[in-house]
Design a protein around this ligand. Structure first.
Ligand code: NI
Length: 178
């Protein structure tokens, strides 16, 4: 497995819509290796998700995993591979939370997202699955699916006033405050 170079904001691949993965190409060793490398890259950079455009590949493919230790979540999310994902919000409720992105290093911003959604996708073996997600899990799914349409979280923020360096947020956050 290899750690892949992550595209940073300004690279056109992050602003281009990706195309669906075909069943034939999903079965190839090259594509299976790409999935393994995306997982390795996510772990290396302590991300909770990586989408294929972030590693310079314009395919509708993403991986995500949220460890229990992540302070933004109440529940861990197991490693999930999303191939050609489609999401539908379950209701109009939005919630605001901090987001960051490996393609926009060191920054965080408060970003509104749908609170609940249903997801349908293929797994890495080409098998269809559906799931429902809420809270931070739903946030990560929306963030990764946005990458497949050439969008980043900055586009979803209500203005830039909360955009902050992670280091400064940690310095100035009130202990256990809200
Ligand atoms: Ni991202």
């Amino acid at each position: 497995m290899s750690i892949l170079k992550v595209a940073r904001l300004g690279h056109p691949v992050l602003r281009s819509p990706s195309r669906p993965v075909t069943p034939a190409e999903l079965a190839t060793p090259d594509l299976q290796r790409l999935i393994d490398d995306m997982i390795e890259t996510m772990y290396e950079y302590d991300g909770v998700g990586v989408a294929a455009p972030q590693v310079h590949v314009g395919l509708r493919l993403a991986v995500l995993e949220v460890p229990e230790s992540d302070e933004r979540t109440r529940e861990a999310v197991p490693l999930t591979v999303l191939v050609n994902p489609e999401i539908k919000p379950m209701g109009p409720e939005l919630e605001i939370g901090w987001e960051g992105c490996l393609s926009i290093p060191d920054l965080r911003g408060q970003t509104p997202r749908f609170s609940r959604l249903s997801l349908s996708a293929l797994d890495r073996d080409g098998k269809a699955f559906t799931l429902e997600a809420a809270g931070f899990h739903a946030r990560v799914i929306q963030h990764e699916c946005d990458h497949l349409d050439g969008r980043v979280y900055l586009d979803r923020m209500d203005g830039m006033r909360t955009l902050s360096y992670q280091h400064e947020l940690e310095r100035h956050a009130l202990p256990h405050g809200d």
